[in-house]
Write a protein that binds this ligand. Structure first.
Ligand code: R7I
Ligand code: MG
Ligand code: MG
Length: 343
């Protein structure tokens, strides 16, 4: 569809929620056979089951806080975002302490609680990345998307391996919204080029050294994504060993990007009736590990590419918060286009 169309905004925000809700079933599972994924997905179409709603987890709860803050402040306001990010459900054990401190009215520096995590180095978890998509839906320029997703993630994740994952996820949604996935090679090359610059800081080099990672860890992973993209046969085991499926941003954001790229064309292991968005969610779940978060991030990137029409209605009906996301996407679309005019 047309670049930055309402359909793409709705697709991005709604599919992120679906990834979280549908992916929750397999979170933490070591091995997820594709048959189990397909059984789970076909259950969503079965109205006679009447198993009601699949609840969203912290991934969606925190993204909703980001959306609400961006909309009420008509832009990024760290004070408001810090105070509106409240504990909800199923949070990572570490981040709950940050959220408690952020709710304290006397707090003067809203970035301090995140810095105190993990002996002062900050978290490298994917909690910043899992709520990064809305930044791409609020700000039209890559510069603003990078700046605001960075600061937004810094409220809980002050390690560069955490917040740079959030920047990468926001950029992936941003370029997908612009239609960049029409040419997959171009898409991955743009992301590598952007991350070369993002990771070119003293802080990033220091964190990478301490954590014994490559010099520019996200760039290195994106090069692995590119190599896997060029191959005709890639097993799930290889994807997990090359890219990871864990709760670290480094082991999940590049993985989510790979899921989207790998599912642009039909796959033998998936029903021919599936469209690209269904393939992306299904494939993300089959990787196991942090399935709700990887499917949430892959869903947002894929939804921005395929648009709302690609999402089965039965899936939307099953997932808590999906209709709220659809309504919020319309508001973010208006904010984005208002910012375009103000420029
Ligand atoms: O990143 P975060 O918000 O967790 C997000 C994940 C997603 O899968 C959600 O669906 C949710 O269920 O949790 O939470 P953090 O507590 O900041 O980080 C998550 C975990 O990563 C921590 O509990 C640690 O186990 C690990 N971790 C670290 N461990 C050692 N040293 C993160 N940073 C570090 C670190 O610096
Ligand atoms: Mg979760
Ligand atoms: Mg998770």
């Amino acid at each position: 569809g047309p670049v930055a169309s309402l359909s793409r905004f709705r697709g991005a925000l709604v599919a992120g929620v679906l990834g979280d809700c549908i992916g929750g079933e397999f979170e933490g599972a070591e091995e997820v056979p594709m048959e189990s994924v397909l059984a789970h997905l076909s259950g969503l179409n079965d109205e006679t089951k009447g198993n009601g709603v699949l609840e969203y987890s912290d991934d969606t709860a925190m993204a909703r806080c980001v959306v609400q803050s961006l909309l009420t402040r008509t832009g990024f306001d760290e004070q408001d975002m810090a105070r509106s990010t409240s504990p909800g459900r199923g949070y990572g054990s570490g981040v709950i302490q940050v959220l408690k401190k952020l709710s304290c009215p006397r707090l003067s520096d809203v970035f301090q609680p995140a810095r105190d995590q993990f002996n002062g180095r900050g978290s490298f978890g994917n909690g910043g990345a899992m709520r990064a998509a809305p930044f791409a839906l609020a700000f039209p320029t890559a510069t603003d998307v990078k700046r605001c997703s960075h600061l937004g993630a810094m409220l809980t994740h002050s390690c560069s391996l955490g917040y740079n994952g959030a920047i990468l996820q926001a950029l992936a949604v941003h370029f997908s919204l612009q239609g960049a996935l029409e040419t997959p090679q171009l898409f991955i090359n743009i992301l590598i080029k952007e991350m070369e610059e993002v990771e070119n800081t003293e802080a990033a080099r220091k964190d990478a050294r301490i954590l014994k990672e490559a010099d520019k860890p996200f760039c290195e992973r994106l090069h692995r994504v590119k190599e896997l993209m060029d191959r005709t046969n890639v097993s799930i085991e290889e994807v997990i060993s090359e890219l990871g499926n864990g709760i670290a941003a480094l082991h999940s954001v590049p993985t989510a990007i790979f899921c989207v790229l790998h599912c642009l064309k039909p796959l033998e292991c998936l029903p021919q009736t599936f469209g690209g968005l269904e393939r992306t969610i299904a494939y993300s779940l089959a990787l196991g590990g942090d399935t709700d978060t990887i499917a949430c991030m892959a869903g947002a990137i894929a939804g921005a590419h395929y648009g709302i029409e690609s999402i089965p209605l039965s899936w939307i009906k099953c997932c808590e918060g999906a209709e709220d996301a659809d309504r919020d996407a319309e508001r973010l679309h208006a904010l984005y286009h208002q910012m375009l005019q103000d420029d």
